[in-house]
Design a binder for this molecule. Structure first.
Ligand SMILES: Cc1cc2nc3c(=O)[nH]c(=O)nc-3n(C[C@H](O)[C@H](O)[C@H](O)COP(=O)(O)OP(=O)(O)OC[C@H]3O[C@@H](n4cnc5c(N)ncnc54)[C@H](O)[C@@H]3O)c2cc1C
Length: 448
């Protein structure tokens, strides 16, 4: 009898689980169950459709129906898994017509992702508070813009908040970002690096108010303003970008254990505490490669890698997920921002004594036309001299440098080794001295 693999959720994590399972076992019966109408699209592209760089929301569909046919995947959309029976090894589903079904599995993969949340703020039940998570969310925001919204307030200055703020600005709205903490991108950058990005955004015309928590949503049935830091702000459009919360209730009801981060706990094979049940993507926690402690890394990159591991294992193969560094990049207007590993702030919070090196350089030879500024901050553990993090802000070439430092951290490279790296040079492509090497030398100077 063919192996029956059931996957709950059909986005980044669920889709890569299905692909890996199919490549591992060509005869398995693979079923994907998704409560959304559209599946297998890139959430990461949503801000760029809103901003006008990508022509339509439909262009974001990465896995069209032909993919499911080719890979022989049985897809059930607009169908919700309402419970998991781990004793009988079945899941119960309800489709949009209300029809229920019990589907048996040999291996079950929970890829239920995460959902946007708005903290318990007075008036949060009022209409007109948008978030950007699904294709339909994007369409609703687009509709509000087309109906004539002229001003917007984005609540939360994380990556999604800022990418959305820029998209709205590009559509001609006057945008203000409100952030509770004293800096923007608090999960990604140290305050000194974030200041540079904040100044750039303000110069481009985005209003940024840090250190102001949203205290109330104003208006009768529909939100017309907010109170933040004791002040009133009115707008036509309100975006909640406070963050996302892992969808874990289904797992909890089935007796699956959550970790200290309140996301689903798994081992390196992506197995939960229940036999033959795996969990992947935004609903799970990961181990941080530097601290070796549980962390939450809700990125598409992590979701697909965990999905691949779970898919292989669920289909009878063997694979391990070794952890995360929280590597992330974004393009904010024409500035690229990237991070990998620990920031100085989070290293200190983890009890690691650090030495940092920050340098400003250019992306090509200084005299070469089009050379753009680039700033690198390297974070090094003082005792071992191991590189544990980097933040880079630049006009170009940020992603591959972030990736290079990510490799260095994974290979436990010391700052001394990085300073001796044999890098390449040509005037139209880079400076004689690679900025990462200069940052490493800066750290060595401090260590001396
Ligand atoms: C605007 C935006 C921009 C982003 N940009 C980036 C980026 O640039 N780079 C990056 O790495 N990451 C980015 N991300 C994050 C990335 O999109 C997520 O990490 C990724 O989507 C997680 O995939 P997932 O499959 O784990 O979860 P999800 O994408 O949340 O998918 C889970 C699916 O399961 C469904 N589901 C839940 N419960 C049930 C149930 N009971 N029954 C049936 N179905 C269920 C959900 O409705 C959903 O469709 C971005 C996210 C957003 C919103």
């Amino acid at each position: 009898m063919p192996r029956r693999i059931v996957i709950i959720g059909a986005h980044a994590a669920g889709m890569d689980t299905a692909s890996a399972a199919r490549k591992t076992d060509r005869t398995a019966e693979i079923t994907l169950i998704a409560d959304e109408k559209y599946v297998g699209y890139s959430r990461c592209g949503l801000p760029f459709v809103l901003g006008g760089q990508i022509p339509s929301f439909q262009s974001l569909i990465v896995f069209p129906p032909a993919f499911f046919q080719m890979m022989k995947l049985d897809l059930k959309t607009e169908t919700k898994v309402t419970s998991i029976n781990t004793a009988n090894k079945t899941v119960e589903t309800t489709d949009k017509a209300g029809k229920t079904e019990n589907i048996p599995y040999d291996s079950l993969i929970i890829a239920t992702g995460a959902s946007p949340f708005t903290p318990p703020i007075k008036g949060k039940e009022k209409q007109g508070i948008h978030s950007l998570r699904t294709l339909e969310d994007g369409e609703k925001i687009d509709k509000a813009i087309k109906k004539g919204a002229k001003t917007a307030i984005v609540m939360g200055a994380g990556l999604i908040g800022l990418e959305t703020a820029i998209a709205l600005h590009e559509r001609g709205l006057k945008v203000t970002v409100v952030e509770l903490l004293p800096q923007i991108l608090p999960a990604m950058l140290d305050a000194d690096m974030a200041k540079m990005v904040q100044e750039m955004l303000q110069q481009k015309g985005i209003g940024i108010l840090t250190g102001k928590g949203v205290e109330e949503f104003l208006g009768a049935e529909k939100v017309i303003g907010i109170v933040a830091g004791g002040e009133h702000f009115n707008a036509d459009l309100f975006i909640s970008a406070f963050g996302v919360k892992a969808n874990t209730q289904l797992a909890v009801n089935a007796g699956i254990t959550l970790g200290e981060t309140k996301c689903i706990k798994t081992n390196a094979k992506m197995e939960t505490n229940v036999k033959d049940v795996y969990a992947v993507g935004d609903c799970t926690e990961s181990i941080h490669i530097v601290t070796q402690k549980p962390t939450v890394a809700q990125f598409g990159t992590v979701a697909v890698r965990q999905g691949k591991v779970a898919g292989i294992n669920a289909a009878g193969g063997y694979a391990l997920f070794t952890g995360v560094l929280g590597s992330a990049v974004s393009r904010l207007f024409d500035t690229d921002v990237g991070v990998t590993g620990l920031t100085e702030f989070f290293a200190q919070k983890a009890g690691i004594e650090t030495v940092t090196g920050t340098i400003a350089s250019k992306t090509k030879a200084d005299y070469y036309p089009g050379a753009l500024p680039i700033k690198v901050k390297l974070v090094v553990e003082k005792e071992s001299q191991r590189i544990i993090g980097a933040q880079i802000i630049g006009g170009e070439e940020v992603t591959q440098r972030i990736n290079a430092i990510s490799f260095a951290i994974q290979k436990q490279m010391t700052v001394r080794e990085l300073a001796k790296a044999d890098t390449a040079y040509a005037p139209p492509l880079c400076e004689t001295w690679e900025p990462l090497v200069l940052a490493a030398e800066m750290v060595l100077m401090k260590l001396r």
